[in-house]
Design a protein around this ligand. Structure first.
Ligand SMILES: [Zn+2]
Length: 363
């Protein structure tokens, strides 16, 4: 089903491309259309009227309307995540500053460079963010020129900049992109057992084992972290840290997102395995049921069942997502499984089994 959709999409794009080419050629023969010029670049912190969240808004003032084909936005992760905007055939006025310091929360610096008759803008980000980019018409009444607007720091999943995930529900894990999120890490150890074992270490060990099995089955696995680190960076807010994990899943257009955690309670008799989902699509509940029933039938620990919850990472990921609470780190029974290589291997195999069941059942 998904394959059909994709190939239709490509055909449509190819036809559009051809039409554009013809139009451009015709226009080129008669008169070169006036290309926009960047006349100013400015930024401000705005507050979303929808969710009251702060965002960084960068505005490019333009001398003429800009078309979708006149610019390309490229998001690159790495040591320093960057958002690059390539303006093709659009120059910047001499008076526009080549470097600007930005707000420091969402992004650090903007640099503008000329490349022949084109321009390139590089925005150094402070961490993973979602973004939205859109053009505005001139508004003579308000004395506003044509503009290209970039909003950074959106609630993950809200931005159009990174595209929407298709639900990839064909059978089998081969070829699927699966994002694994080892809960906590770095400055946040998560829950700690009475003997001092950190949740962050268990979740990473299990996630690595899940990755190994999935990769052997032909899946493409992306880990939100593969070391004892914060994903966003140190001293991040909870939403920044969780948003960074969601951002990885959304940008990779994962077929499913699996967040791995351990439960904890002050009463050591609390124990067992549970799987949480947020009902944002018709697939989230199915994924949770498949994972939990695989855990219950393969692991000799209490089955606490499937539950709904509004946890940030399962709510804000675009694809079906679950948060697995493997077992209780505070339970003397559960910790034996959680902290042993054999137990971790069982958890990993059960999770992969559940993911496989999901892809076989999802339609
Ligand atoms: Zn946790």
């Amino acid at each position: 089903m998904t394959v059909m959709k994709l190939s239709n999409g490509r055909i449509c794009l190819a036809v559009f491309g051809l039409v554009f080419l013809l139009v451009l050629t015709a226009a080129g023969r008669t008169a070169a259309a006036a290309k926009a010029q960047i006349t100013a670049v400015r930024w401000s912190i705005i507050k979303s009227p929808v969710d009251d969240q702060k965002r960084l808004r960068i505005v490019f003032d333009l001398s003429a309307p800009i078309k979708k084909r006149d610019f390309k936005d490229i998001y690159s992760t790495g040591d320093v995540p960057q958002l690059i905007i390539d303006f093709s055939g659009i120059t910047a006025a001499r008076a526009v500053a080549k470097t600007q310091k930005l707000d420091g929360i969402f992004a650090r610096q903007l640099t503008l460079s000329a490349d022949g008759d084109s321009s390139k803008v590089v925005i150094r980000l402070n961490g993973e963010v979602d973004y939205n980019i859109f053009a505005l018409d001139a508004n003579p009444v308000a004395n506003k020129p044509f503009r290209l607007v970039l909003d950074l720091g959106l609630t993950p999943g809200e931005g159009s900049g990174n595209g929407k995930a298709d639900f990839d529900v064909s059978p089998g894990v081969r070829g699927k992109t699966i994002v694994l999120d080892a809960g906590h890490g770095g400055s946040d150890p998560g829950a700690i057992s009475p003997a001092g074992i950190k949740e962050a270490d268990i979740t990473l060990a299990v996630a690595r084992k899940v990755r190994k099995i999935l990769q052997a089955a032909g899946a493409k696995v992306v880990m939100t972290r593969d070391a004892d680190v914060d994903v966003y960076g140190r001293n991040a807010s909870g939403v920044q840290e969780l948003g960074a994990r969601v951002g990885i899943a959304n940008r990779n257009r994962a077929a499913v997102f699996i967040s791995i955690h351990c439960n904890s309670f002050r009463d050591p008799s609390a124990n067992g395995m549970s799987t949480y989902y947020y009902p944002k699509s018709r697939y989230d509940g199915l994924l949770a049921r498949c994972v939990e029933s695989s855990l219950a039938s393969n692991i000799d620990l209490a089955d606490r069942g499937v539950q709904q919850a509004g946890f940030y990472v399962i709510k804000n990921t675009r694809m079906p997502a679950v948060l697995v609470e493997l077992a209780f780190i505070s339970s003397p029974v559960d910790i034996r499984y959680l902290n042993s290589d054999g137990g971790q291997e069982k958890f990993a195999r059960a999770i992969v089994g559940g993911i496989g069941d999901y892809f076989d059942k999802a339609r």
